[in-house]
Design a protein around this ligand. Structure first.
Ligand code: MG
Length: 271
């Protein structure tokens, strides 16, 4: 067994919200912790949640502490440095504090080119249909709104045109028929994974990513990394997978953590 880099989405991938039965999650946690200890494997959580909402979930579901945390649609990366004091971990807010002022500076510098938050806000202010999301979801590299689906077809093209006029290097992500995020173009879960992989020196073949929905496609489309699609994946991901088949991607039969365990065995990362 050799070390590998494990990257997983949280909601409905690692964490099953439909059951109180956490047996599969506990087994996976145990196997991953052991592998990390014995072989130096790395554990990464990649989530659309902000660090605030991440900490709620981590406490509720007793998640093990990751080596790095990718939050806010890939715009922030927090690396758990070995110098951190035991006990002052993620759950107490050391790894990812709400202000985000301890996130990885190399990553921030990489996505900062062509980004200007004030310019974005000066344009979005002109659109009454955009309702600001709570302050916890407003980040240095993410401006977030609620936008009713009925208005989205009319508003999104106009907004995009206005933003493009400013020459910013950004993208709009509209999901679930309500959430609108405006973020730097070169920030997503897949690019964050590659950044960490290169930082820690893992080859793509020793890296595995797990997900269940559309915003995980960036993880699976990154390159030669191994991919595990959990058995409860959403239709948009299943459809993308069938249209873009690849040998380095595995569609699990089991759901959530059980599907991840199945996939890790399939690729030989675990016995
Ligand atoms: Mg998910």
């Amino acid at each position: 067994m050799s070390q590998f880099m494990f990257v997983t989405d949280l909601d409905n991938t690692l964490v099953n919200h439909d059951t109180e039965d956490d047996k599969a999650l506990q087994e996976l946690n145990h196997r991953l912790s052991q592998h990390r200890q014995e072989h130096g494997s790395k554990i990464v959580y990649a989530t659309g949640r902000s660090s605030v909402l991440y900490r709620q979930l981590a406490a509720e579901k007793k998640l093990i502490e990751p080596d790095a945390l990718v939050v806010a649609v890939g715009t922030e990366i927090y690396i758990n440095s070995s110098e951190s004091v035991p006990g002052e971990d993620i759950l107490s807010g050391k790894l990812a504090n709400p202000k985000g002022d301890n996130c990885d500076r190399d990553w921030s510098a990489q996505i900062a080119t062509g980004w200007n938050r004030n310019t974005v806000v000066s344009i979005t202010d002109k659109f009454d249909e955009l309702k600001s999301q709570p302050d916890t979801e407003q980040r240095p590299f993410k401006v977030s709104f609620f936008l009713e689906e009925s208005a989205s077809e009319r508003i999104l093209p106009k907004l995009e045109t206005e933003l493009q006029k400013c020459g910013l290097n950004i993208k709009l992500i509209y999901s679930s028929g309500i959430d609108l995020d405006i973020v730097p173009k070169n920030s997503d879960k897949g690019q964050a994974m590659r950044f960490l992989r290169q930082k820690w020196g893992f080859v793509a073949e020793q890296t595995v990513a797990c997900g269940d929905s559309g915003n995980d496609i960036a993880l699976f489309a990154a390159g030669e990394e191994r991919g595990i699609i959990v058995g409860n994946a959403r239709p948009e991901l299943i459809q993308w997978h069938s249209e873009n088949p690849a040998d380095n991607r595995y569609l699990a039969k089991n759901i959530c953590a059980g599907g991840i365990l199945e996939g890790l065995k399939h690729f030989g990362f675990l016995e």
